[in-house]
Design a protein around this ligand. Structure first.
Ligand SMILES: *Cc1c(COP(=O)(O)O)cnc(C)c1O
Length: 453
């Protein structure tokens, strides 16, 4: 029998009781959010019109290292955490690699992804503030699902603006949200000023995340007792997702194993930021070294082809400006099947770390991602989400490199979710109808021109 177990579970008592704020260890802090009108850093008061107060405090704090996790959130975490750290023995064997591959699986809850880790925290603080409800956008549907679960738990009203093409293509996601009590509106819609404007300018549009964000924010700021919540990109979301990395860090310690390469898919950066948090902390403090790799779709390549600049997070240009790797707020990626990775920007924390060469990034094409997904499903048994499969692709490529070089490395990746709601994407792949559509330089340049100076 192998000495490392197939699965390493921590006990409930070992669930972390504080989130780790990676910014505390960063020598160069991520740039602050700017007010779109004055172009000055947003104050807590300004942000408080849009976000819950406690979340604003977390958002703006670059120095405090640990944030206690309120007991009610820890209790909720106990329903589906700790998530297992898995040694991918079958995958290793099928690849014939000397590398040791590990993954942390976050798909063991009804939302099917890591997003519940942050939605439950955000709903908790909204409830604590005495709010009626929260608004949000959802693209592929995972965030909306996670938020509707969290709102049901705390008895909050949940209004979800769902990108129209997903609303139509993913009716099952929509029904999960409605089952948890959420109100789901296809975006752009005529329920907001910005939605009506976008519909007038682009009749027949199938929507975008940026546009749905604008609608959700507008609803929140124009309705008493509502705030807006966001499932990725923001510092507070990476903070909540540090639970993933902290659990993994403890599990690796128990095993006496040190990962050499840490890999995660990157949409807005929340799972990756959470996965790497304690490891990157050690790296920044000079206590240990790791290679850290972000994997993004070649059709939406924010890190590998984007610009590091202040840009809008939403098409409607009403949200604060964030300094990040961006493809431009008007960039609409081709209709690829990794819905959760289609955001034009990237977390400011990860953007700064990438800019400072503390991490690497690779872009992968979707047909090769689905080949990896199929291989993983057949060897490891779990049907992965298309987003997660970007990390699988990169992990397999690293394992094949180890095979070629004849070296034994420890490869660790985040398996963010399951693919049960993405079977249309799998159908496209299985029917051999999937293609790779990459933006041209001309398309990107046109989009870069609209980034504010
Ligand atoms: C949303 C999502 C992602 C991407 O979001 P990040 O904020 O970059 O982590 C990745 N995987 C799954 C399964 C998702 O639902």
């Amino acid at each position: 029998m192998p000495e490392i177990p197939y699965k390493t579970y921590l006990s409930e008592k070992e669930i972390p009781t504080a989130w780790f704020n990676l910014r505390a260890d960063m020598p160069v802090k991520p740039a602050p959010l700017l007010d779109p009108a004055t172009r000055k850093p947003c104050t807590a008061e300004q942000l408080g019109h849009v976000f819950c107060d406690d979340l604003v405090a977390q958002e703006l704090d670059d120095n405090r290292k640990w944030f206690d996790i309120p007991g009610e959130i820890v209790d909720f975490y106990k329903m589906y955490r700790p998530s297992p750290l898995i040694r991918a023995y079958f995958l290793e064997k099928a690849l014939g690699t000397p590398a040791h591959i590990y993954y942390k699986f976050e798909g063991n809850n009804t939302s099917g992804s890591h997003k519940l880790n942050s939605s439950i925290a955000q709903a908790y603080y909204a409830k604590k503030q005495g709010l009626k409800g929260v608004t949000t956008e959802t693209g592929a549907g995972q965030w909306g699902t996670a938020l509707s679960m969290a709102c049901a738990h705390f008895g909050l009203d949940c209004r979800v603006y769902m990108v129209k093409c997903s609303y139509e293509q993913k009716p099952f996601r929509r029904e999960v949200m409605r089952t948890y009590g959420a109100d789901v509106t296809p975006s752009p819609s005529d329920t907001t000023e910005v939605g009506r404007r976008i519909l007038a300018e682009h009749p027949g549009t199938t929507g975008s995340l940026g546009c749905a964000i604008s609608e959700a924010v507008e609803y929140a700021v124009t309705h008493e007792g509502y705030r807006y919540v966001l499932g990725s990109v923001l510092n507070q979301v990476l903070l909540h997702q540090s639970i993933i990395g902290l659990e993994a860090h403890t599990a690796f310690k128990k095993l006496g194993v040190k990962p050499d390469v840490i890999i995660g898919c990157a949409g807005g950066g929340s799972n990756l930021g959470g996965l790497i948090a304690p490891f990157m902390g050690e790296k920044l403090r000079g206590e240990a070294d790791y290679r850290i790799v972000a994997v993004e779709p070649a059709s939406c390549p924010s890190f590998t082809r984007g610009k590091f600049a202040y840009d809008f997070c939403d098409t409607g240009r009403i949200c604060p400006l964030a300094k990040m790797y961006t493809l431009g707020a008007d960039f609409i990626p081709s209709a690829n099947h990794a819905g959760g990775l289609r955001f034009h920007g990237m977390s400011s924390i990860l953007s700064q770390l990438y800019h400072d060469r503390m991490m690497e990034a690779v872009a992968v094409e979707q047909t090769s991602v689905f080949e990896a997904a199929e291989f993983f499903a057949r060897t490891e048994g779990t049907l992965p989400a298309p987003e997660s499969s970007h990390a699988i692709r990169a992990a397999i490529d690293e394992a094949l490199r180890c095979k070629k070089e004849g070296i034994e490395e420890n490869i660790f990746f985040g398996l963010t979710g399951t693919g049960y709601f993405d079977l249309m994407a799998y159908a496209t792949y299985n029917d051999r109808k999937m293609s790779d559509q990459l933006p041209t330089d001309a398309e990107l340049n046109a989009s870069f021109e609209k980034i504010p100076q």
